[in-house]
Design a protein around this ligand. Sequence first.
Ligand code: ADP
Length: 614
Amino acid sequence: MLHVSHLRGREILHVSHLRGREMLHVSHLRGREMLHATRYYEQSHERSMTLWTLKGVIINNNLQILHETQVRFDADLPEFRTHGGVVATEDGHTITAPTLLWVKALDLLLDQMKLAGADYMNITAISGTAQQHGSVYWQRGAQHTLQSLEASKFLHEQLARSFSTPNSPVWMDSSTTTQCRQLEQAVGGAQKLAEITGSTAYERFTASQIAKLSQTKPSVYNNTERISLVSSFACSLFLGDYADIDYSDGSGMNLLDIHSKEWSQICLDATAPNLIDKLGTPVASSSIQGPISQYFVERFDFNPDCKVASFTGDNPASLIGMCLTEGNIAVSLGTSDTLFLWLRSPQTLLEGHILCNPVDKEAYMALLWSVADNPRLNTVSQSQTRGLHGHYCGQSLITLVLTLFHSPRQEAYMALLCFKNGSLTRERVRDDCAEGSWELFNELLDSTPRGNFGNMGLYFDEQEIIPFVKGDHRFNKANDRVQRFTSMEVEVRALVEGQFLAKRAHAEDLGFNIEAGSRIIATGGASNNKSILQVLSDVFNAPVYVQEAANSAMLGSAYQAKHALVAEHTSFSEMTSCLSPPVLACQPYKDASQVYNPMVGRYRRLIKSILDLK
Ligand code: ADP
């Protein structure tokens, strides 16, 4: 089925590094396996605590995870004195990570895996994913150091003096508002910049970070031989040379012309002098960058034929990991609810980020925005919040992402939308109405009819992003606002129906339409709950299937390692066809569209009335 004979008896090593729950972790196995290392940031059950790690995973030829290992930055490498893997200035605007921390974490990870019995000789390919936007500054001479690493020494010993600045700005940094305005002005305005690069200027994007370095520390900038993103930096370590930046992660820089897929001269000129000399050539996300460095062959007994595929950002990797096909919608019902859509005709985005598609190099994806609140960040600059309509909101990790894939052959797109008020709001109503019991909550939900006697409720404990609404809003059959409903049953159904009506309405706003054969793939904690899934099925008038989908970014980059090897012969969907199919959980009732189609229109009118009141 797969043209992968050259994979036999080998393994694929994959390294990723992402944000969201992030660890960089490398694990390893025997037999036809792939090793995948991910660095990502993990949010613990206590919502304010974060744990950043480097994670490595080995997957086999059938894309099954065989092994995982992780290094926790704060706990395992306390000498770097990071908190949550980063160091923040007093005002919370400048947030960096010691670059050498990441190098040392990789030393540690590879040793741990080896100790755990990893046989690196069987690894066929390595790929990875890392937090988007962060940047690494290699100093003059570092390429030579990378090319001549001594197998008897640790990487961190040899690369200790390879960075022109020891600290890498990360995606949480918000210290470059001045440079953002300068960039937009230089290219002819925010709209023009978005037309070229897919985004208006953002502090966390790499161009403004580079401009800040060049302006405030010109000697450091001049001493910089190469600038990597965190993903291409990790790739460089395995390559033993400077790795190129991939189109998808490169789309988060405000420097790549996402149409020509070349660096935009006007953006380069507006950012810093001679910048093109420091960036390399952008490449497709599924490209092979070269064979593994001799260092790993000699030190860890990697196979010299092991290939290093491009590494990419965490957002593109998540999308790869979802493996969506046309007609399917993925709904993740976790702490927040996230919707992944396949679209044929997406509507124009007025805000957000268009990114090159990591799977199809001719295609695009769009990120509406991705904002994470950090307890240490108590001030947020204006442009950082632009996507939030001028307001900054939320206590925990918040992500709202809109992703569009564009295939020139099929004119197909994909979108990803995140709603902050997901399970936590359901839990609140469960506690208020059902004594904290999901069983009782379901009894109440099942005892009310579809349509809820004409009552409709919209509940947003935290400031929602789409729609930009907060608070509880209850309406009776006549669309009059009411303080409370007449029973707990009505309240529970109003909550669940309201949440899914919102998802359907906003998905349709992006150009999504339910078609015959559309399927919903449900994942996340609440996908265990059949009563909730039944409402989802009815509101969308489509069958719901359940699928395990933990760590989609990590898996996405692991799949990318294999995809890079087989892309010439095998499509991505063929390659992933060996994964277990999702299981049917429920079907819509016959009257579902009759009940819910009008309610979608009503939802729009009620939301408009709420917004008009503000
Ligand atoms: P995360 O987004 O943190 O990965 P999960 O996907 O694990 O979260 O989902 C956690 C959420 O799932 C919890 O907030 C919990 O309320 C919800 N959950 C767990 N079991 C059920 C259930 N039986 N019914 C509804 N919600 C549930």
